[in-house]
Design a protein around this ligand. Structure first.
Ligand code: HEM
Length: 509
């Protein structure tokens, strides 16, 4: 690979004719690296992807050019970009050796000391406090109480759209649905964003975009550009954050007064066995040991981590199904056969096997977030004998691992059948880190089962009632803000399904 010399020429303004070239040069490294990790050198084309806010796309191009591990210099900082399951496994499993690093730095303004970015002992304590709130008993209760109810509200709204023939932005609707779900599940509060505009959606999106911008701020010229021209976006992000915190401050006391919970094992056991609690309640049980700011930050972590992610999964699964009529008819047939026209129960979810494969395949092709960041705490040797120094930032490109032809056959093809219909759900352990949509190791997503249940129920109800067709000539595109978003929305033409519940057995593809 070629190396170029970093230049100190800074563009004088956003529109400087030379700034693209200068930025490109800053993306390669200034001296020959002494490890065996190849060094990526960015080209002008890649920079336009960076500008579009989809860093994971050039990372993929560079993987094809430089292999499953390469070094990418970004101004004063450099990243080791990993697209290999064995190296990802090593880094993710060794949380003690690898911290969240840059993620914590750039999103501290949003999450404070919340679980999503906390480190060390604080993280251990908060994770122990939060995990029980997502206990299986609770999940089984909220399938009906929250997941079905919200999805039915969505379908009612969509039926009205279908009648008047308007094109519907499904990305927006799914985002509203998942906000309503997480609001009810965490706080027992109905944002009702499906029916009235909620400032929370915009606020979360803006704050996540700001976090992403801060990570690319480390490219020195981005920093300069921000300082000179786009400062107002920082003001908007600040306002969004205040709006979010304000909402949570007001929700926490009203909900926590509902039940007077104590940190007593017997009491906890009884509450868990009833399944009659809110996520807030269980997290609240630890309040005696932590400040209310900590509680607010943990709940904000849950709200942010649980909303956009699941919304994006629904969006991309619907998109993929709209492009694959065979898979669509197969999944509709399954939904009709299993549910026979009624709403899904917790037990039904296990039988919606092909739908589950479609969602997993969507998570493979569109992982959220597409890149995970870690920072080495001590010098280490990665599998393949690659040395890294303490302080080294590492990008694990989940997108690359999921799209690599070295890892997956027909990697770019939507093929839900690649997952075993009757086998265990694919996860990082049984795929040896080839499939890591929920990460792996100690910092794996706490909401994975919640999210899968929510997505299966929502899509089952949507597919049961609605037919949909992609509005032609749309530029779907991709951009990021923690999750992979469409560039301009996902517009569908909807109609109410006429199909009667099928009694026949599963059709073959
Ligand atoms: C962490 C993905 C839904 C709560 C994570 C991580 C990933 C992820 C990849 C780990 C990031 C890392 O290793 O750096 C997803 C996806 C979801 C989803 C794809 C939807 C399909 C949810 C839901 C909740 C949630 C519904 C809450 C109910 C969290 C929390 C963390 C986390 C609190 C931080 C855990 C920790 O650091 O200990 N998620 N998530 N997520 N997720 Fe999820």
């Amino acid at each position: 690979p070629t190396t170029t010399t970093t230049t100190n020429n800074k563009p004088t303004s956003w529109v400087s004719p030379d700034w693209l070239t200068t930025l490109t040069q800053s993306l390669s490294i200034s001296k020959k690296d002494d490890s065996s990790i190849p060094i990526a050198s960015a080209k002008l084309d890649d920079v336009s992807d960076l500008l579009g806010g989809a860093l994971f796309l050039p990372l993929f191009k560079w993987m094809n050019e430089y292999g499953p591990i390469y070094r990418l210099a970004a101004g004063p900082r450099n990243f080791v970009v990993v697209s290999d399951p064995a190296i990802a496994k090593h880094v993710l499993r060794n949380y003690g050796k690898y911290s969240k690093g840059l993620v914590s730095e750039v999103s501290e303004f949003l999450f404070g000391s919340g679980l999503a970015i906390a480190e060390g002992q604080l993280w251990t304590v908060r994770r122990r406090a939060v995990v029980p709130s997502l206990h299986k008993t609770y999940l089984s209760v909220i399938v009906d109480r929250v997941f079905c109810k919200c999805a039915e509200r969505l379908v009612e709204k969509l039926k009205a759209n279908a009648l008047n023939g308007s094109y519907v932005n499904m990305e927006e609707n799914f985002s509203q649905l998942t906000l309503d779900v997480i609001g009810l599940a965490v706080f027992n509060y109905n944002f009702d964003s499906l029916n009235c505009d909620s400032p929370v959606i915009e606020a979360v999106y803006t704050a996540l975009k700001e976090a992403e911008a801060r990570s690319t701020d480390l490219l020195p010229y981005w920093k300069a550009i921000y300082r000179t021209t786009i400062v107002p976006t920082k003001l908007v992000a600040g306002k969004s954050l205040n709006a979010l915190r304000f909402i949570i401050w007001h929700l926490v006391p009203s909900c926590s007064n509902i039940k007077e919970l104590q940190c007593e094992t017997a009491m906890e056991a009884e509450i868990y066995s009833r399944g009659d609690w809110l996520i807030l309640d269980v997290v609240y049980m630890s309040l005696l040991q932590v400040s209310s700011v900590q509680l607010r930050d943990d709940l904000l972590s849950m709200l942010v981590a649980g909303h956009e992610t699941t919304g994006s999964v629904l969006t991309w699964t619907t998109y993929l199904l709209s492009k694959d009529p065979l898979a669509l008819s197969k999944v509709q047939e399954e939904v009709d056969r299993v549910l026979k026209g009624r709403a899904p129960t917790y037990e039904d979810v296990k039988n919606l096997k092909f739908l589950t494969c479609c969602i997993n395949e969507s998570l493979r092709l569109y992982p959220h977030p597409p890149v995970l960041l870690r920072r080495a705490q001590i010098p280490d040797v990665l599998p393949g004998n690659y040395k890294v120094n303490a302080g080294q930032d590492i990008m694990i490109s989940v997108y690359n691992i999921h799209h690599s032809p070295q890892v997956w056959e027909k990697a770019e093809v939507f093929e839900p059948e690649r997952f075993d219909l009757d086998g265990p759900l694919p996860n990082e352990s049984n795929t040896d880190f080839r499939f890591i949509p929920f990460s792996g190791g100690p910092r794996k997503c706490v909401g994975d089962q919640f999210a899968m249940l929510e997505a299966i129920v929502a899509l089952a109800i949507f597919l049961q009632h609605m037919d949909f067709e992609l509005v032609p000539d749309q530029n779907i595109g991709m951009t990021t803000g923690a999750t992979i978003h469409t560039a301009n929305g996902l517009f569908m033409k909807l109609s109410q399904r006429k199909t009667k519940p099928a009694l026949a057995s599963s059709s073959s593809r």
